[in-house]
Structures are given as C-alpha cells and as structure tokens.
Design a protein around this ligand. Structure first.
Ligand code: GDP
Length: 298
C-alpha cells in the first residue's frame, strides 16, 4: 500500500531524504553537485552508481541549461527511475507445476519471514503452497516455518537434522503427488565466507534439478537493505554458487537508505522480485521502480 511504500520512503529519506533540503531554494553549482555526490554515497548508492548519476547530471546541466535545484531534483528522479526500471521484472508462476522457488541468504536477512509472507501472498492468489524446511541446522528456523504452516494450513516438509538436500527432494516429491502449485524451499543461512556451506547450498540446487530437471524455477536471494554495500559481496558469492535469478530486499521500512538498489542496478543487475517493508505478514510487495523512486523523494 501507499502507506507502506511511504514508510519505506521515509526511511530511505534517512539518506536520500536530505535531498529535499539539498535542492530547495538553490541554484546548481559545483558545491551542490559535490554535496549531492556525498549524499548519494552516504545513502549506499556505491561509487559506480554515484559516478554514473553525477556524470549524467553534469551532462544535462550543461546540455539543458538547468538552473534550479528543483530542476536537478527532477533529473535525478528520472535517472534513478531509469536505472531501477530494468530490475522490475515479475516471474511466471504458472509455467510449471510445481513451481520450485529456492530461497537463500545470510542468517537474519529475513529469509524465513519472507517465506511466510510469500506463502500467504501466493495462497491469496489461489495457489496451493508447500514449504520445505531446508534449514536443518537451526531447530528454531524449522519450528518457525512449522508454526507458520500450522496457522495457515500449509504443509511443511521437515526433518530433524539431516541433509537439507534430502528434505527439499522429499518436498518436491510430496508436492508432485499432491498436485501442489508452488514449493518454497528454505535453506540454512550462511555467510559467503563459509565455503563448505556454500558448497552445501550448491548441492541443494543440484538435487532440486535432479528431482525436476526444469527447476529450480526461481532462486531468490534475500538481502537485508541495512547492510549497505555488503549486499554486493553477498550477491556475488551466492550468484557464483547457486545462480541467483531474483532478489528479495528486506527491511526497507527501517533505517536503511535504499541506495543499494541503485548500486545493484549499476554493478550486478538482478531482478528485484519483492521488497520487505515490515515484520508483518502482509509487509511484502512486488518491486515497482517508479513507486520506489517516488517514495525516495516524496
Ligand atoms: P532469517 O534468519 O533470514 O530466516 O531471518 P528471519 O526471517 O528470522 O528475520 C530476522 C528478523 O528480521 C526478524 O525479526 C524479522 O521479523 C525481521 N524482518 C524480516 N523482514 C523484515 C522487513 O522487511 N522489515 C522489518 N522491519 N523486519 C523484517
């Protein structure tokens, strides 16, 4: 909803929101561009995206003879929208049955919460959902999924300890037998530096493919927007291990500055499938670039 996007926007405002003050009642000059550059870097846009934005703005400044801060603001908004628009891509939930969606990410990124939110969303769209508790390390993660499944009448395939790949394999078999539309496969949180765990998650992916040669149909990496530029390192490592096809960017309602999306767009573009804007079950929405950019400024 608009209110939620605005909630995300006001937090983005922590970084880019200084833009309001930056632009108002000012004329464009080198000082203003320098302040803008600092603001973008502080908002987690990263060096590449910031350099791109400032270079483009400088071009337009000369070419279009821009004068006021308000004109600059409009150009920045347009450039950001252009940068983020290609990341707005939904994926087809109807091409396969079951559609197998694998989720990965570091601990605390919001993976388990996002699975609950997605399950609710897909159910609301009339789809049947089955969850695979592929995090066999943390009993708490499994219990969290099971509890969620009980409350919402969704089957959760789980195993006490054991091999995550086996749990996911069982889940796909069960989903097939029951004619389920969507399998959401959780995996244990891991850091990109934990090489044996990265190898393990690569194995989960291979086993999914063994169970269904067309799958996984979507490999979602859950990124906490609060980690700023670290998101890029995580994306790189997970992409190398499991071939990330889409992102869920969480906690955009908090103190995160949101510029990391621009950094991703400029350096490692991946579709942003959903954004998390709160802890509640409904606080997940498809990424809409223009709404997101508006929320940054309004
Ligand atoms: P996991 O370890 O990756 O499975 O992370 P969890 O799903 O357990 O989430 C970690 C914490 O982040 C929990 O307290 C969640 O409620 C919280 N969380 C997840 N997504 C969001 C979000 O979009 N916004 C906010 N504010 N909190 C979130």
């Amino acid at each position: 909803t608009r209110a939620q996007i605005n909630a995300a926007g006001s937090s983005l405002g922590a970084g880019v929101g200084a833009l309001g003050d930056l632009f108002s009642r000012r004329r464009i000059d080198e000082d203003l561009l320098e302040e803008l550059e600092t603001t973008l870097l502080t908002a987690d846009c990263g060096v590449e995206a910031t350099t791109y934005l400032i270079t483009e703005i400088r071009k337009r400044w000369k070419r279009d003879r821009l004068e006021t801060g308000e004109e600059l603001r409009a150009v920045l908004k347009e450039l950001l929208a252009g940068l983020l628009a290609p990341l707005q891509q939904s994926f087809d939930l109807d091409a396969h049955r079951p559609t197998i969606i694998m989720l990965a990410g570091v601990n605390g990124s919001g993976k388990t919460t996002s699975i609950g939110k997605l399950a609710k969303r897909y159910q609301a769209e009339g789809k049947s959902v089955l969850l695979a508790a592929g995090d066999t390390f943390r009993a708490a993660a499994r219990e969290q999924l099971q509890e969620w499944g009980r409350r919402n009448d969704v089957t959760v395939i789980a195993q006490d300890g054991g091999d995550p790949a086996a749990v996911v394999f069982d889940a796909i078999t069960a989903a097939r037998a029951r004619g389920i539309d969507i399998v959401l496969a959780d995996t244990a949180g891991r850091l990109p530096t934990q090489l044996h765990l990265m190898e393990e998650i690569a194995k989960v992916r291979r086993v999914i493919q063994k169970a269904d040669p067309s799958g996984p149909h979507e490999v979602l990496l859950v990124l906490d927007s609060n980690i700023g530029q670290n998101a890029l390192a995580q994306l790189k490592a997970f992409d190398a291990a499991i071939g990330v096809t889409g992102l869920v960017v969480t906690k955009l309602d908090g103190t995160a500055k949101g510029g990391v999306l621009a950094a991703i767009a400029r350096t490692q573009p991946k579709p942003i499938r959903y954004i998390g804007v709160g802890e509640g079950i409904d606080d997940l929405q498809p990424f809409v670039a223009s709404d997101f950019v508006s929320a940054l400024f309004d």
